[in-house]
Design a protein. Structure first.
Lengths: 575, 139
């Protein structure tokens, strides 16, 4: 292959050679003979062993020019990263003026143009996927943004419309594992719509701009400190005219959202928030569906990793805590049960305590509440739910120390996980509901047999209070829409704060992506009650387990005592 | 050595001070303060042409020190003062003027920010970057 593509002759892999080589690899993997002519076939993407994430997919195969559907290998290919080495390659093809995707190649001499146009067609996808690459890499992709965005207007007129469709079709599948979703500075479709609606509320004409004072009042409502708002303005008002056009407004809003979630503001505006980029993005409906990444996914993903570790620690802490408490108690059954009740009550009020603290604090200063809640266990569900709620609403906050860089690493781990969860969210909730309550009920029945009733009422009382809190929090006074939605998500999260032993089972319910709040709210509440019951049952089972172990220990001790007695008595009888 | 100060009327308190190197800052502050009087004097003398760039030379300051103090005033009587080392002979008048122009542009950008109240100290990062780049050029 090296020889055919000309690299041996030339001595290096230039862009043309690289593309030809990739095409030949695809050909070879598909079983075609490795010859120059095989390139002309429509080939699936070459398969590479999984390298790192963040594909340079656009260079995956130049064979996908003519509207062929991307196949499963595409998902594999996304695992590749040609990263840095390809950056230089990418620069070169991008800098020549982008020709529209043209008719099939006639000769190898056109190969250079083909990869370019292919790369251009893929660049839109590649852009998003590249933007999943680490932040530093994004700077190099900035140049590609320019030409690719400039060509968007020419897109519909081309025969590449078929390619668009195919791109968009295949995009929806790997969307979840699309790596550009790592980018917290990318605006999702829902966010964009939300921002546009907000813009309309301030200024009906979408082509005009919002004056400085109006924007100032609006953004001041977000309760960010003025210096930060000032910095956000500085970043987003690119032309420094004291007014915000629609893309500038979207960028500013997005920065506010990000800041409220604990992301540090960048020193310079990320490329994905530049007005040109956003303008081009808003022009292309097809591109918008590609923009449909899961902004919430990287955030929940990152949240979940931390939260998993925390909940594991928490559950580990809780069990020894309970058992220690139980061991300290006397051997009486009532005392044990009383202790169990007290421990159960202790854990639950503790969580509710800091929950209320957290929700109260969130209204004033999100960042302050974060560190406090971090010290407690079982914040995972809230965080995951918060992230799941992100797209139409500014998401509630991740950890303060959760910098973008670290979030990117964690995101990749959880993208598929979360996406699978998310995709499975919307269909299954109703069928999923019936099994859970029945399971919890059977568990509760068994629990009743072993424990006195007094255990359950206290925990249920706690649950009732939590439900009340949820209702209260879900009905905040009329504030800016994003504030209201945020408290609503907070309210939804309060019931999640019981000891979380099986986080994963509750995760599918938690990952409620909210494109339309009203529809799924009922489902959510139902699922949350189910989750609550589940957790309750879990807690009860844990207590039961510890209690039984205690009993076992006592029985062991009795047995040992009896055996020693027997030993003492035996010599006497023998003698 | 380069010191940048922006002072705003009416009390002429500084909105922004930046100096490289950072020792002897107090001395520079005093220098700037004294030079403000000279600037005011020149403004009142000008009459119509307000936007002007003036130069304050060694004669005003400590005879033992070699500093040149340059001044600049905007239409809204915001004063920019720059103190440079006299030993830095590479700095010519044109360069000083261009530096002031850049400062003025950056200042205008800050003014466009609705979150900035005129009279506040300037904390803008973009402005800092501009000033830093200018200072790097000189030193």
């Amino acid at each position: 292959i090296t020889e055919i593509c000309g690299a041996k002759r030339v001595g290096y892999f230039g862009p043309a050679q690289f593309y030809i080589a990739l095409k030949l690899i695809a050909a070879a993997q598909s079983g075609f003979p490795v010859r120059i002519e095989s390139i002309k076939n429509e080939l699936p993407l070459p398969r590479f062993m999984a390298l790192k994430n963040d594909s340079e997919v656009r260079y995956g195969t130049p064979a996908e020019l003519h509207g062929t559907k991307f196949q499963a290998p595409h998902a594999n290919l996304e695992k590749n990263s040609y990263k840095r080495t390809d950056e230089g390659d990418k620069q070169e093809p991008k800098s020549p003026p982008m020709s529209p995707i043209c008719s099939p190649p006639a000769s190898p001499s056109t190969y250079q143009r083909i990869p370019l146009s292919y790369g251009y067609g893929k660049s839109r996808s590649g852009l998003e996927q590249q933007h999943g690459a680490p932040y530093e890499v994004r700077h190099s992709t900035h140049q590609q943004d320019g030409p690719s965005s400039g060509n968007y207007g020419a897109k519909p007129a081309l025969s590449s419309s078929t390619l668009n469709r195919s791109l968009s079709v295949e995009r929806e599948q790997p969307e979840s594992s699309a790596h550009y979703s790592d980018d917290p500075w990318r605006i999702t479709e829902e966010q964009r719509d939300y921002y546009i609606n907000q813009f309309r509320s301030l200024q009906p004409d979408l082509n005009s701009f919002i004056s400085g004072s109006v924007a100032k009042n609006f953004f001041t409502k977000s309760k960010l400190p003025i210096p930060e708002l000032s910095h956000i303005w500085e970043l987003s008002d690119v032309d420094c005219d004291g007014a915000l056009t629609l893309p500038e407004f979207c960028a500013a809003f997005h920065l506010v959202v990000a800041r409220k979630n604990g992301y540090q503001l960048p020193e310079t505006l990320p490329e994905t928030l530049l007005p040109d980029y956003l303008q081009a993005a808003s022009l292309k409906p097809i591109r918008d569906c590609m923009l449909y990444d899961s902004y919430s996914e990287p955030l929940p993903g990152s949240q979940q990793t931390r939260d998993f570790s925390r909940t594991e620690k928490a559950s580990a802490e809780e069990v020894p805590d309970n058992s220690a408490l139980l061991q300290d108690a006397k051997k009486g059954q009532e005392e044990k049960q009383a202790l169990k009740v007290s421990t159960a009550l202790k854990t639950i009020p503790k969580e509710f305590q800091h929950l209320t603290v957290k929700t109260a604090a969130q209204e004033s200063n999100a960042l302050k509440s974060r560190p406090r809640s971090r010290s407690y266990s079982s914040t995972s569900i809230e965080d995951a739910m918060k992230k799941g709620e992100e797209p139409p609403t500014p998401p509630p906050r991740p950890q303060k120390s959760h910098s973008r860089a670290s979030s990117l690493d964690l995101n990749k781990i959880f993208q598929q996980n979360t996406q699978a969860v998310r995709s499975g969210w919307l269909p299954p909730p109703p069928p999923a509901l019936p099994p859970r309550p029945s399971v919890s009920q059977t568990e509760q029945v068994s629990e009743v047999e072993l424990h006195p009733q007094m255990n359950r009422p206290p925990s249920q009382a706690e649950e009732n209070t939590s439900a009340k809190k949820e209702v209260v929090l879900a009905q905040p006074p009329s504030k800016p829409a994003r504030r209201k939605l945020r408290t609503e998500t907070q309210g939804l999260e309060t019931p999640e704060l019981s000891p979380t032993i099986n986080v994963t089972s509750s995760l599918p319910a938690v990952k409620s992506h909210l494109p339309v709040p009203k529809q799924s709210s009922k489902q959510k509440r139902a699922i949350q009650t189910a989750i609550r019951k589940n957790k309750e049952a879990n807690a009860v089972l844990a207590r039961l387990n510890s209690e039984l172990q205690q009993q076992l220990k006592e029985v062991h001790k009795e047995r040992i005592a009896l055996e020693t007695q027997l030993e003492q008595l035996r010599p006497v009888t023998v003698l | 050595v380069l010191v940048n100060v922006i002072c705003s009327p009416p009390q002429n308190y500084p909105l922004y001070i930046r100096s490289i190197p950072t020792e002897n800052e107090l001395k520079f502050h005093y220098t700037v303060h004294t030079s403000l009087d000279v600037v005011d004097e020149k403004i009142s003398a000008m009459g119509k042409a307000l936007v002007d760039q003036r130069e304050l030379y060694l004669g005003l300051l400590y005879p033992t020190e070699d500093y040149k103090v340059y001044g600049y005033v905007t239409n809204s009587k915001v004063k920019f003062v720059m103190v440079v080392d006299s030993s830095n002979t590479a700095l010519r008048d044109n360069e000083i003027r261009s530096m002031f122009r850049k400062l003025h542009n950056s200042y205008t950008d800050i003014m466009c920010n609705p979150f900035y109240n005129p009279g506040d100290r300037i904390h803008s990062r973009a402005f800092d970057n501009t000033v830093n780049s200018m200072m790097m050029q000189v030193c």
